[in-house]
Design a protein around this ligand. Structure first.
Ligand code: ZN
Length: 176
């Protein structure tokens, strides 16, 4: 375990921190005696719910014209918190699973946003939302997409996702 005040690694059985002198709390001693067991299955479910909430907010905020910043941060935060809440503990394994999930769902949400943009452009010609999504692969393969703008938007989105995830991951590593 680590000191709650300065983060120094404490020797087993110590009652005060050797560096700053902060007393080890009863909660910390209890945590060492009865470590919380991680439930990976429920953790994945929690991360998935969190990622879907993040993805829905990316699409929703995009629809009303907001840039992806807030929803990107929410995606990073909610996916990891979802894992921690249902899995009871955020291990390195949980972090890896959550990060993979947020990468995939963020990409998918961004594609939904592009599909909706395509629809808005082509609906005057009678295209449906389904048509607009169906035509996406073709647009990507035949340079019908502005790749500069695509990668800039996606990169920005991922940067905000990373920002939202950063603080949770840092806290998780402090606790271990
Ligand atoms: Zn200390």
């Amino acid at each position: 375990m680590n000191c709650e005040h300065c983060g120094t690694m404490l020797a087993e059985g110590s009652t005060v921190c050797s560096v700053c002198g902060t007393a080890v709390t009863a909660e910390q001693i209890e945590a060492v005696r009865n470590p919380v067991k991680e439930n990976v299955g429920l953790g994945i479910l929690g991360a998935l719910i969190g990622a879907l909430i993040g993805g829905a907010s990316i699409v929703g905020l995009n629809l009303i014209g907001y840039v992806a910043s807030i929803s990107g941060v929410l995606m990073g935060f909610a996916t990891l918190k979802g894992y921690e809440l249902l899995g009871k503990k955020l291990s390195k394994k949980g972090i890896v699973i959550s990060v993979l999930l947020m990468i995939v769902v963020t990409f998918a949400a961004n594609m939904v946003c592009i599909g909706i943009e395509v629809y808005n452009e082509f609906k005057v010609y009678g295209a449906t939302l389904a048509d607009s999504f169906a035509i996406l692969p073709e647009l990507f393969m035949n340079d019908g997409i502005d790749f500069g703008a695509f990668f800039t938007n996606l990169g920005m989105l991922y940067a905000f996702v990373a920002l939202g995830a950063f603080f949770i991951i840092r806290d998780a590593f402090k606790k271990v």
